[in-house]
Design a protein around this ligand. Sequence first.
Ligand SMILES: *Cc1c(COP(=O)(O)O)cnc(C)c1O
Length: 389
Amino acid sequence: MSTQNPVFIPGPTNIPEVIRKACDIPTMDHRSPAFGRILAPALSGVRTVLGMSEGEVIIFPATGTAGWEGAVANTLSPGDKVLSGCHGMFSQRWIELCQRHGLDVHVINSPWSEGVPMAEFESALSADTAHAIKAVLVTHNETATGVMSDVAAVRALLNRLGHPALLMVDGVSSIGSVAFDMDGWGVDIAVTGSQKGFMLPPGLAIVGVGPKALAAMEGAKLTRGFLHFGDMIAAYRNGSYPYTPSAGLINGLNVAMQMLLDEGLENVYARHARIAEGVRQAVFAWGMTPCAARPELYSNTVTAVAVPEGFNGSDVVALAATKYGVAFGAGLGAVAGKVFRIGHLGMLTDVMALSGIATAEMCMADLGFPIKLGSGVAAAQEYYRTTAS
Ligand SMILES: *Cc1c(COP(=O)(O)O)cnc(C)c1O
């Protein structure tokens, strides 16, 4: 696999050179004021990207999965009821993690092409007059299917019903590439990681914890050791960590947040929307469709391309890797073989996207898919050429 080719997996994403270099720093004493000087702007940059004015940003030397665990372990108690839709590999894995912690998860299963099940959420929450449901879990962007859900609509539902459950959102494959508004959407906990929209190597679990979630920590009884939010908040007061931080990654995070803010968050989101639309134009030109059931569910960070009957999406992924040295995402779980995924989050340009579309097209032609070589590239070129500023 050439190290010069961009990757088209929906994480880890392409790392800009300036960020890669920023992660490579000499050994640093994390109890020294020098560490505090990189930590503070990194935390404040994350706060801006999350759209969060109150609460705390917690950064563990871990990955997004640890963020899920931290979210529930710090705020809930054994046996607590949690409501979640299951419509892809990531929503499913967060549910399973909750079950391992002894939470009572009310799971609503939907087809793996749908988003958050709003109607079923409404029935479950309105039936819960005793407010036994302590948290509602939402996977903002289901990376397995390329389905984006409307987080604000879930908050509006909770408000309309006067339901006090915490709103916990997995934004691992959305935050930093599509708009996220923790304050405006009333998100109590937002989880992300370093290696997707934040363009860094893997290694940081990044969690935004709002005031209601901080208050819930008081009575919460699930066991939390390494992932104790309270330890981190106490250490931050001294500009430090409760244990050894990934100082290089935090320095990289500081630079990554600066990059996003310099480009302008609105511009970053517009860039992802355009790139995603070009990818979808290519998919339609191939005579194929995204896995997501409806246009309002289309993700601007990953497109799961539904392959025609009799073909296997994993063959596209395998051939791209072996013959052309390019990484795409395979279908996971219930959509294994039925899709291949083109990741388009993090650092990506029109030109990079076109190379991915061209490669996918070569692989499909090699495998005898009923597509016309160049059709997807031409559709994307036309879209990018006429919408570039
Ligand atoms: C990647 C991803 C995760 C898991 O994150 P890790 O960093 O691999 O632990 C969770 N949720 C979503 C939506 C993801 O895309």
